[in-house]
Ligand binder design. Structure first.
Ligand SMILES: *Cc1c(COP(=O)(O)O)cnc(C)c1O
Length: 408
């Protein structure tokens, strides 16, 4: 690195020290809402009983868990018995996939190439795992250049032995929103016509929960994943909705918690926090979406004025896209380099998905929508949240422009 660059970074670092951090990575983690934190805190030291215990402290904890379950069920438009609390999105996705398919004669699975690794990896494991010489087959839907599946394509891929379809509600990297309700409706019709309960339909709604409708009847899903860490709730909290009649094998064995679906002492503070976070997120989702869509448009317009070469990856803002997601191809600079410079300036954003960041590979999602490896390596994600301001976005645009001038 040249001396001038170091000096530039030093300047940026001084800026960072004198200003507050600009956080534009809400798709990776959100701050816990103060109301959520307050609701959780009593379950750490005051009401700390084990929900399985039958004396008063236990009943208090048990009641908190069951009230949370009721609240979640109401939001999802279902009954409490269908809600299974877990340790997060990853566990819910693993439980949905392995739980639905464990013990079945291997058949066929339909998914997309742009799922979160916690869906992709369990499916890859099933593909490699045989039973009596039979192996699971997997079809990956075409997602086109906007990262969107076509509902009719899903139905066309179904085989007589298709047991599971897993399609994420909204993508974590470039925010594409899939037509889940439309697919669900077609699937209901397919199953009726073919007199079968399969294929089950699972959706990973971790990124969607803050912005989109979660009513499981309108979505016609059988299994739905949500986590707390993406909706201003606690990390390490999550849930899986399991439609009544859908058979799931528990993957964590032990006690009889969560209707025998998930053993282990309940994470009472986490459950209370998740349920309140979900309620608050769903109550404010329309207003928050409106605000963030406007900010996203503003940010993109400002960037375009200042750096004409930038391109938005995925659907246009306002069209089948989460309102807070801006994934940009900036041809002038490798995204990892840009991320480091931005960090020095006190701006946090992300390249690829946080989970993939460690293996250093280019994003499977961006390559999945047809970007070259080089283009994927020049793509960077900004995700806005409740506390994002216009001033922060102005400063971010200015900083990117400065960095590009520097590396010229
Ligand atoms: C974050 C995320 C997950 C994983 O959730 P954890 O709670 O971190 O296990 C799964 N799917 C999507 C779409 C996500 O954004």
């Amino acid at each position: 690195m040249t001396i001038e660059k170091n000096e530039y970074i030093m300047k940026l670092v001084q800026h960072k020290n004198s200003n507050k951090q600009i956080y534009l990575d809400y798709a990776a983690a959100t701050p816990v809402d103060s109301r959520v934190l307050k609701a959780m805190s009593v379950f750490f030291n005051d009401k700390y009983g084990n929900p399985s215990a039958i004396y008063e402290q236990g009943l208090i904890a048990k009641t908190a868990v069951e009230e949370s379950r009721k609240s979640v069920a109401k939001i999802l438009g279902t009954v409490p018995g269908t809600v299974c609390f877990t340790s997060g999105g990853t566990e819910s996705n693993n439980l949905a996939i392995f739980g639905a398919l464990d013990g079945l004669t291997p058949g066929h699975i339909i998914t997309t190439p742009i799922e979160h690794p916690s869906v992709l990896e369990p499916i890859i494991k099933l593909k490699k795992q045989g039973l009596k010489g039979k192996y699971w087959n997997v079809s990956y839907l075409n997602v086109g250049s906007n990262g969107l599946v076509n509902a009719d394509d899903v139905i066309k891929l179904i085989r007589p032995n298709t047991k599971l379809i897993s399609i994420m509600y909204a993508n974590n990297e470039m925010g594409s929103v899939q037509p889940i309700a439309e697919i669900g409706k077609l699937l209901v019709r397919y199953r009726k016509a073919n007199k079968t309960v399969y294929p089950y339909f699972h959706t990973d709604a971790c990124q969607a929960a803050g912005f989109l409708d979660l009513n499981v009847e309108r979505l016609h899903v059988d299994l739905l994943t949500i986590n707390g860490g993406k909706i201003y709730g606690p990390k390490g909290s999550g849930l899986l909705y399991v439609r009544r009649g859908v058979k799931i094998d528990p993957q964590i064995l032990g006690g009889k918690q969560e209707h025998n679906l998930r053993a282990g002492t309940e994470n009472v503070p986490g459950i209370a926090g998740l349920s309140l976070a979900l309620k608050l997120a769903q109550e404010s989702r329309v207003a928050v979406s409106f605000k963030l869509e406007n900010l996203s448009k503003y940010f993109l317009a400002k960037l375009g004025e200042s750096i004409p070469s930038v391109r938005l990856n995925g659907p246009a803002i306002g069209e089948n896209r989460l309102p807070n997601n801006i994934n940009l191809l900036i041809p002038e600079i490798e995204s990892e380099k840009l991320l480091i410079y931005l960090d020095a300036a006190g701006i946090a954003c992300s390249v690829g998905s946080a989970c993939a960041a460690e293996d250093g590979g280019a994003s499977h999602v961006l390559e999945g929508i047809g970007l070259s490896k080089r283009e994927a390596e020049h793509s960077i994600r900004f995700s806005l949240g409740k506390f994002t301001t216009k001033q922060e976005l102005d400063f971010t645009v200015k900083t990117i422009k400065n960095i590009l001038n520097l590396i010229k």
